[in-house]
Structures are given as C-alpha cells and as structure tokens.
Design a protein. Structure first.
Length: 250
C-alpha cells in the first residue's frame, strides 16, 4: 500500500526546505561563508561573499538567504535625511587603484539604491532618456570610507571633500562633495545572488586584495553638511567583525 503525504505535511516540507541555489552557495568553497540569521531581513542576510577574477575582470558576488535586491528605501521626497540601501565589499586596495588620493581611507565597492536622489549623472539606468532620475535603480559605486564619531560610535562615513580642496578624483566622479565614483558597472540580481563584473587595467591590485561583505543602510545628513553620508545601520557583516579576511580566488 502506498503512503501519501498529507497536504499539511507537504506544506511544512516546502516551507522548511532550503532552495537548491542557496544550499549550493552555502556549500561552495571559497570566499567568506556566513550563517543565516533570522534577526536579519532576508534580502540582506549575507550567507556568502566572494571576490574572484577572470582575466582583467573582477567579479564581486554576494549571496543572501532571501531574494537579493528586492528591498529598497521608501521615497521621502527630499534629499536631507533620506536613506540609501547598500551591498558593500570593503577591500584592502588603496583608493588610488580606482583614481582617488592614495591612502585616503578604505576603498569599498558598493551596489546601492536610493529613490530620493540620483548620483549617476553619466548613465541612464532606467532607459527613459533622463540620466538624472535613476536613483531607485540598483547601481554601482566606488566609495572611500573612514570612521567618524559624528555618525555614531565606531560608525563609518563616505569621506567628505573639504571646501576649497582639490583631491585626485576618478573621471566618473558624479560631482558630490564626497569621495565617490559612479563608474556605471551594472549589477545583476538572480534569486539569492548579486553579481557585478568590473574591468581593471591592473588586475594584480585586485588579486592581492583582502575583502569583506556588508549589507547596510546609509543616511544623508539632515543638515547636508560634513559628514554628508553616514553608515546609519549595519544589517550584517560577512566576517562578523569587518576584519576583511576574504582572499581573492580562494
């Protein structure tokens, strides 16, 4: 006699099963593995962070326990105090590797979304002919980070450019008074995974780098003054302690 599962048993099995793509990412070798955490919103619950290279292309990947990229900030209608959601790869690469001043802070690659402003004036991400209304579309940046007590204890900010100073900046700097670049590399989201492929003239600086993975919310300062952009809330750090233990291609 055959035994059939009840509808309730089938529902429980489906609810508790780990999707194959997520299970594979959790079991893959390399990068920084992280245990899923129920206290973290699933779209930002990082379970693996990797940085690898193919030829002269760096491949940034983050896998989360939920659907990557599905959650974005709510529009407030004003810049001051608005939020930025981000997936970030802090690295040990010197900022000069992408066109910033040497030794100016921690160089990080970031994928962000923020509906209240557009900081990619060179690119039309939503394809409507207007390159200045795309902030809510996930897009990529290089940023330089430093600690700032004004942002909170042990909190980081995107480094501000002092009035009157003329630091070295990348060609695709978007004109904001902070160390940020908008290079236009397109992020790809597929189920649990986020991937961005970034070409480099000197891939050796990537191969020698350490890295970490962070999911976080940033906030534009309500006074629109130094610091302009603070890391307001960290959802999860892949390593647990921001020690940048990841090794490229390992």
């Amino acid at each position: 006699m055959k035994h059939a599962l009840s509808p309730l048993a089938i529902a429980v099995a489906l609810a508790t099963a780990v999707p194959a793509s997520l299970a594979q990412a959790q079991n893959d070798a390399g990068g920084i593995p992280s245990k899923p955490h129920k206290a973290v919103a699933a779209p930002f619950d990082i379970v693996r962070t990797t940085l690898s290279t193919e030829g002269n292309t760096a491949i940034f990947r983050i896998t989360v326990s939920g659907k990557a990229g599905i959650s974005r900030p709510s529009k407030t209608g004003k810049l001051a105090g608005s939020q930025v959601f981000s997936y970030v790869w802090p690295t040990t690469m010197d900022p000069s590797a992408v066109g910033f001043e040497p030794k100016s802070g921690t160089l990080a690659f970031a994928v962000t979304a923020h509906p209240d402003f557009d900081d990619t004036p060179w690119f039309d991400e939503n394809g409507d002919g207007n390159p200045r209304n795309d902030g809510n579309v996930w897009h990529s940046h290089w940023v330089v980070l430093q600690p700032d007590a004004v942002c909170g204890q042990d909190a980081l900010k995107v480094v501000d450019i002092a009035e009157g100073s003329k630091p070295r900046l990348p060609k695709t700097w978007p004109g904001l008074p902070i160390l940020i670049d908008s290079p236009g590399w397109h992020p790809s989201f597929k189920r649990h995974n986020l991937e961005v492929r970034v070409p480099f003239d000197d891939i050796g600086v990537v191969n020698a780098a350490g890295f970490d993975g962070v999911a976080a919310a940033l906030r534009v300062n309500a006074s629109m003054h130094n610091p302009l952009l603070c890391v307001a809330k960290v959802f999860k750090v892949a390593s647990g302690d921001l020690s940048l233990p990841g090794k490229v291609n390992r």
